[in-house]
Write a protein that binds this ligand. Structure first.
Ligand code: IDP
Ligand code: MG
Length: 140
């Protein structure tokens, strides 16, 4: 089933200059880019995006990091895009991420872990509308 998911190339990966390598990984795994933009989130925007984690001890540090520099937000589209993107990303903690995954290749640590991907259809819908109005998303 064709799905859409939200992907973010986080500020650590943008600063490392690996936007191209990450996009290349999506392209070579049949995930198409249905929307894409570079943004620099405010602290408040990062808090809104990660509101589900607001009670976690790492929330303040995480939202500082996410608002520390530019990030690339994308809508990826394709067969099982949500789970496929999660597989390509690897585990949250890069120390536990499988060889060849984006987090294994590019993450710094469990917080600065290079990429975000939605985890389920409902969160994908919510996260996509957080960043993209309907007009900015193409349908293949
Ligand atoms: P996910 O990004 O793999 O879905 P989540 O548990 O949803 O992982 O956590 C969201 C983000 O919060 C992670 O990608 C990471 O940047 C950060 N994070 C998660 N757990 C920790 C932690 O234990 N310490 C610091 N940051 C964390
Ligand atoms: Mg998550």
């Amino acid at each position: 089933m064709s799905e859409k998911t939200l992907s973010i190339i986080k500020p650590d990966a943008v600063a490392k200059g690996v936007i191209g390598q990450i996009i290349d990984c999506f392209a070579s795994n049949n995930l198409k880019i249905a929307a894409l933009k570079m943004i620099h989130m405010s602290k408040r925007e990062a808090q809104g995006f990660y509101a589900v984690h607001s009670e976690r001890p790492f929330f303040d540090s995480l939202t500082d990091f996410m608002s520390s520099g530019p990030a690339v937000v994308m809508v990826l589209s394709g067969e099982n895009a949500i789970s496929k993107n999660r597989e390509l990303m690897g585990a949250t903690n890069p120390a536990e991420a499988a060889e060849g995954t984006l987090r294994k290749r590019f993450a710094t640590d469990i917080e600065k872990n290079a990429v975000h991907g939605s985890d389920a259809p409902e969160t994908a819908r919510e996260e996509i509308v957080y960043f993209f109005p309907e007009l900015e998303i193409v349908n293949f």
